[in-house]
Design a protein around this ligand. Structure first.
Ligand SMILES: Cc1ncc(COP(=O)(O)O)c(C=O)c1O
Length: 237
């Protein structure tokens, strides 16, 4: 029987050349030349305020949950049909996922069922752009504005796709991309956090660097780096 693979990783041919270059200057810890190039490439191409490559989309979602100060008892609205990481990232911070049913046509959260799920504990809405098909972002952003909620786009499957001329991931306060082997653009395991709400930029750098202001140190903005917040290690080579 002929087996049809679910996916085949796509390679362009330059991978080994760039890997060799990446390690040849002996800087093989986080935020090296190619991570920085990827950040600027995405910022330019997607007209994004700030993009930080992460070790996975799961980790970008975890960063989003920390940035929003999600706490025990908070509620986060998301579709009932998604990948586990959408929910896990918020549950890890003590929040309760509140599931909204999906539309049969797009397989995305039904924007008309969101408002009835909002309570005084709701903190954020997490639309997932299933298979790169956009959620109804105008309506979702309008609801979020009306109820003072944050929007985190889980655009794991939506890299390079658009909604009304805007790249997915650049519409909500934060967006999360995946470059896992099963996606269209891959690096094995990897992701990115897109920061559209300016107020999250400085803290995102800190959370991604184990809760330290090491990024500021490398830019020469402080004379030594120190522990300033909670965080983890979310930066790739
Ligand atoms: C909707 C969705 N969110 C999050 C993820 C997690 O991505 P990663 O494997 O990069 O952590 C995936 C991965 O398939 C996904 O499909």
């Amino acid at each position: 029987m002929k087996k049809i693979p679910f996916n085949k990783p796509y390679l362009t041919g330059n991978e080994f050349k760039y890997i060799e270059d990446a390690i040849s200057n002996m800087h093989i810890s986080g935020d090296g030349k190619y991570t920085k190039l990827c950040n600027s490439l995405m910022e330019e191409k997607f007209s994004a305020r700030k993009v930080l490559l992460t070790t996975s989309c799961t980790h970008a979602l975890e960063m989003a949950a920390i940035l929003l100060d999600i706490k025990e008892g908070d509620e986060v609205i998301m579709p009932s049909f998604t990948f586990v990481s959408t929910a896990n990232a918020f549950i890890l911070r003590g929040a309760k996922p509140v599931f909204v049913d999906i539309r049969p046509d797009t397989k995305n959260m039904d924007e008309n069922l969101i408002e009835e799920k909002i309570t005084n504990k709701t903190k954020a809405i997490v639309p997932v752009h299933y298979a790169g098909v956009s959620c109804e972002m105008d309506k979702i952003m309008e609801i979020a504005k009306k109820h003072n909620l944050f929007v985190v786009e889980d655009a794991a499957q939506g890299v390079n796709a658009k909604y009304k001329g805007k790249y997915l991931g650049t519409i909500g306060d934060l967006g999360c991309y995946s470059f896992h082997e099963t996606k269209n653009v891959i690096c094995g395991e990897g992701g990115a956090l897109v920061i559209n709400n300016e107020k999250f930029i400085e803290r995102a750098e800190i959370i991604r660097e184990k809760g330290t202001n090491r990024s500021k140190f490398f830019r020469g903005e402080v004379d030594k780096y120190t522990w300033v917040d909670i965080g983890s290690s979310y930066l790739p080579v």
